[in-house]
Design a protein around this ligand. Structure first.
Ligand code: PGA
Length: 251
């Protein structure tokens, strides 16, 4: 059985005070939830405080990015996986489509960042997903497959068991256009099949694949009913504790 995961990506939305406020509101709203793992991803400047305030709760904390560099040194503006671990986070979102589109993230950098995560015993949430034009050209599966192969190159079977995949079709992010549960299921099954070809059936059956892209309280349930959807990575609807808690408690 794969335990579901509901993760909230706060992107660059909240100041420190707002991050604390939302985290604490969420903490009390989901205090009795244990059917799924709950993760929130604040900005770097709020990471340590939010980790401290959520210590001992059922909410884990993720960073939204990390450096490709594993060793500390002259890398102005970068934050290493070890530094993220040091302040109490347990996960890192890697290769989000906004980073791929606007900040030069490539399959190679995603691969290096994933390896940095693993080295410091953090769980990488590796994001993949096609653009609208790629889907319309019938290329969605090819794109997703090459992102998977690129991101996971060189990972062992043991490593693979310690990562999470997030499938986020770029055309569904922040647009209000969710993939239908059937469209999402179809791609999740394809991803699981590809993982099985890459690293064997056992890994592919263990690994959790989250769906992301306009997930809301009113569409989460139908998405979660799909066999290969193991959870959600939520942007907009994770910013308010109330709506995110409804997604967390989808059943
Ligand atoms: P959205 O964002 O839920 O606002 O579409 C999802 C994401 O970017 O992870």
């Amino acid at each position: 059985m794969r335990k579901p995961i509901i993760a909230g990506n706060w992107k660059m939305y909240k100041l420190l005070g707002e991050s604390i406020e939302t985290a604490l509101a969420l903490k009390s709203l989901v205090a009795n939830t244990n059917h799924c793992e709950i993760i929130i991803a604040p900005v770097f400047t709020a990471l340590k405080t939010v980790c401290d305030r959520l210590e001992g709760s059922n909410i884990k904390v993720a960073a939204q990015n990390c450096s490709t560099e594993q060793k500390h040194g002259a890398h102005t503006g970068e934050v290493s996986a070890e530094m993220i671990k040091d302040v109490g986070a347990s996960h890192i979102i890697i290769g989000h489509s906004e980073r791929r589109q606007f900040y030069g993230e490539t399959n190679e950098s995603v691969n290096l960042k994933t390896k940095a995560c693993l080295l410091f015993d953090l769980t990488a949430i590796v994001c993949i997903g096609e653009m609208l034009a790629e889907r319309e050209a019938g290329n969605a599966e090819n794109v997703v497959k090459s992102q998977l192969i690129g991101a996971l190159e060189g990972l062992t079977v043991t490593d693979m068991k310690r990562i999470i995949i997030a499938y986020e079709p770029v055309w569904a992010i922040g647009t209000g256009k969710t993939a239908t549960p059937e469209q999402a299921q179809e791609m999740h099954a394809f991803i699981r099949q590809t993982l099985s070809e890459m690293n064997g059936k056992e890994v592919s059956e263990t690994i959790r694949i989250l769906y992301g892209g306009s997930v809301k309280p009113d569409n989460i349930e139908s998405l979660m009913k799909q066999t290969d959807i193991d959870g959600a990575l939520v942007g907009g609807a994770s910013l308010e504790a109330e709506s995110f808690s409804k997604i967390v408690n989808y059943k």
